[in-house]
Design a protein around this ligand. Structure first.
Ligand code: FES
Length: 270
């Protein structure tokens, strides 16, 4: 884990409230595992007191050398608004890489990658790593759900890597007007994958969890939750452990968990 004052390389708005922010930082950040995250705040007094957690979206390389990371951020409040308002050259306080990322078992051949909303960030990083590890993109399936075409992110990026992509939207502006879990279930019922990877809102994960339990599939999910410290000190990121009264912590035990290890039911959910 490193704490560094990094520099913004670019800040591109890619949706109504979405930004891709590239930042130059030490190479160790780009060596992160997909699913790991960083804690970020603008450097100096103008920033909010606490850092915010963001999944690493894309390691940045120049001539084969790691030079930084890119984050995909949605403006949802003051902290994200300040971050997304920073120009190239601005300094940010960066802590990471943190947490445990996705595991890709050596015997895995066919995976289903499911992303909802801004949850596409770690899923895209995972898709990059799978291609790098010579898993044929055409044998995998990517599913992206969004509210509308305006909020549908990274479709072209996945397609550029060779992944077959299915999209759904709440308003029907792209793909079918249904939950993204509907076409996922149709696929896994016909072609059993070796692994399901997912990141998205709790309702999507709960629905997907029902499907993986029904078909007895292996599944890893990245949990989006509030984090104050990112290092196991505040205990504010508790995730109920399945068949237990104890809790795991998203910042240290996750944010990626085996679906079978956690309990996101409404009664005990994060
Ligand atoms: Fe503080 Fe996890 S964010 S313990």
């Amino acid at each position: 884990m490193y704490n560094q004052r990094a520099t913004i390389l670019w800040n591109h708005q890619v949706g109504p409230a979405h930004h891709r922010i590239g930042m130059g930082c030490r190479a160790e950040f780009a060596d992160a595992v997909p699913g790991q995250f960083v804690m970020v705040r603008p450097a100096g007094r103008q920033g909010p007191l606490l850092r915010r957690p963001y999944s690493i979206f894309n390691p940045i390389e120049e001539q084969g050398r790691a030079v930084g990371i890119e984050l995909l951020i949605k403006v949802v409040g003051e902290g994200t608004g300040q971050l997304c308002g920073l120009p190239p050259g601005a300094a940010i306080d960066l802590l990471g890489p943190l947490g445990r990322g996705f595991r890709v078992p050596p015997q895995m051949r066919r995976a289903v990658l499911v992303a909802g909303g801004i949850g596409v960030a770690p899923i895209y990083f995972l898709s990059l790593a799978m291609v790098k590890n010579r898993l044929p993109a055409k044998q995998q399936r990517v599913y992206i759900g969004a509210r509308s075409d305006q909020e549908l992110l990274c479709l072209a990026d996945f397609e550029a890597l060779g992944y077959p992509v299915t999209c759904t939207t709440d308003d029907g502006s792209v793909g079918d007007q249904c939950l993204i879990t509907d076409p996922v279930e149709a696929l896994v019922a016909a072609h059993r994958p070796d692994m399901v990877y997912a990141c998205g809102p709790p309702a999507m994960l709960a629905c997907l969890g029902g499907i993986v339990e029904k078909y007895r599939l292996e599944c890893q999910v990245s949990i989006e939750t509030m984090m104050a410290c990112g290092m196991g000190a505040c205990l504010g990121c508790a995730v109920p452990q399945r068949q237990s009264t104890t809790y795991l912590h998203a910042c240290q035990d996750g944010p990626v968990f085996d679906w079978a290890a956690i309990d996101l039911s409404v009664e005990r959910g994060v």
